[in-house]
Write a protein that binds this ligand. Structure first.
Ligand SMILES: [Zn+2]
Length: 446
């Protein structure tokens, strides 16, 4: 543990500007004397035997002071810890309505169902020219054909004068089989936005501004979709459907022989953006815990015969793009990102079940997430918060293989910090990950 002053506040940082701090905020840190009673704004904080404390404090917008008072047996201490809480932004109002054409100028545009929505539409890919029918301060309203409405950030578009949204015509559709994948090529007269939706028995593609064109790809009997990617080659839209990899016959001692696992310990020593992750109550950073778990998981997986590739070393600074790219270049069969959790600022951590969360993004990754979740439920003494759909960069951008992100425990929670400090708990996490991978492949081979 870090050496601490009589009172250390790990989060929120002093003078932090908090966007989402109403109706209350959690605060946590550590006391050098675990027996000193601590009150924050008159509310008794939970202090644990490690000295770590946490409390949830009702707050109001503007300048807001946490007043921390404690008695170490000798004297009474009082500290003020100021933050600034922003008012929630007003909803985005529709400023104008019209019918124009906008052109997508760069990649990465993520449409959403409403300007207010925090979530993006998972299956809609924007490119080329689109029809826009209105705008708010920051968003255009898009009309995709079949009447579908979506909203997207303005700075991804240019709006040329007086242009009609061009229509596309599909010229040809062809299928090519390769050992590792099946390719579907849709030849178009121009590039257009589309939706691509993985379903249980088929893969459904709808092209916008193409006369209502839809393509339904059925999987072969007994085949599962291992992964799927798309790319444009001039005006041709090419989908790659990856087959389940053929692994060498496993033996009893090495049941994961031939399997390549990409492990991605989350975060880097320097945070890429402020608030990327939070420290533990004693001021330890998430990337170190994630890395410890990755090393232990690498060992446990290797014992069963798997080859493990790590995205980074402990000290390396690693952006998300590079993590996804490295996973692709490595030829790994599955991708697992390792993290530890915290909450949005205004959540009351004392009033919720805090456990492990297993995230996937593309539907073909759900089975791996479920297998890992089942293994966590069996092996980890924390409640399972279950399998969840999560729009994380590293999951979205590793579509060629099953990819999951594990939030192992809550780094911000004193009891979980204490667990994460124990090598025995790290080992249990590693065994739970390995058990999940094993369960996934057993199921696949039956
Ligand atoms: Zn994280």
């Amino acid at each position: 543990m870090n050496k601490i002053a009589p009172l250390y506040v790990a989060y929120p940082p002093r003078n932090a500007v908090i966007k989402n701090g109403l109706p209350g905020l959690f605060i946590y840190g550590a006391l050098s004397n675990a027996r000193a009673g601590l009150k924050i704004n008159g509310i008794k904080a939970h202090v644990y035997k490690t000295g770590a404390y946490i409390a949830y404090i009702p707050a109001r917008a503007g300048n807001f002071d946490f007043k921390l008072e404690f008695d170490d047996g000798k004297k009474q201490h009082a500290y003020t810890h100021p933050v600034f809480i922003e008012m929630p932004p007003p909803p985005q109002r529709l400023l104008a309505e019209y019918k124009k054409t906008a052109v997508v100028t760069r990649e990465g545009c993520r449409p959403r169902p409403t300007p207010q929505s925090g979530k993006n539409l998972p299956d809609t890919y924007l490119t080329g020219a689109v029809e826009i029918t209105g705008e708010t301060a920051d968003f255009y309203r898009l009309r995709l054909t079949d009447g579908k409405i979506a909203w997207a950030e303005k700075d991804f578009f240019s709006v040329p004068q007086k242009r009609k949204t061009p229509q596309n015509r599909i010229k040809n559709i062809s299928v090519r089989e390769e050992p590792a994948k099946t390719l579907i090529k849709i030849e178009n007269t121009r590039r257009v936005s589309f939706t691509a939706r993985e379903r249980k028995n088929s893969f459904d593609i709808s092209l916008y501004y193409s006369g209502g064109a839809a393509v339904k790809v059925f999987y072969k009997k007994g085949q599962i979709l291992w992964g799927c990617n798309y790319k444009w080659r001039s005006n041709d839209l090419i989908f790659e459907f990856y087959h389940q990899p053929l692994l060498p016959a496993a033996d009893a001692a090495k049941p994961l022989k031939g399997l390549k696992v990409f492990l991605d310990p989350g975060h880097s020593p320097k945070q890429i953006y402020a608030g990327e992750s939070k420290p533990s109550p004693h001021g330890l950073w998430e990337y170190k815990f994630n890395y410890k778990i990755a090393l232990a998981a690498r060992r446990a997986l290797a014992v069963l015969g798997a080859r493990v590739i790590l995205s980074k070393t402990l000290a390396e600074q690693m952006p998300l793009q590079l993590r996804a790219q490295k996973a692709k270049d490595s030829g790994a069969h599955i991708f697992i990102s390792l993290h530890n959790n915290s909450w949005p600022d205004n959540v009351n951590p004392l009033k919720r079940k805090n456990g492990s969360e297993i995230y996937y993004y593309h539907p073909h990754s759900a089975a791996l997430a479920r297998a890992i979740d089942a293994s966590y439920a069996r092996n980890i003494p924390l409640p399972s918060e279950g399998v969840k759909h999560g729009d994380f960069y590293v999951l979205r951008n590793t579509p060629q293989i099953p990819a999951v992100l594990i939030e192992n425990a809550y780094i911000s929670l004193p009891q979980h910090e204490e667990l994460l400090m124990k090598p025995s708990f790290i080992k249990r996490l590693a065994d739970a990950i390995t058990g999940g991978v094993l369960g996934f492949f057993k199921h696949k081979n039956n």
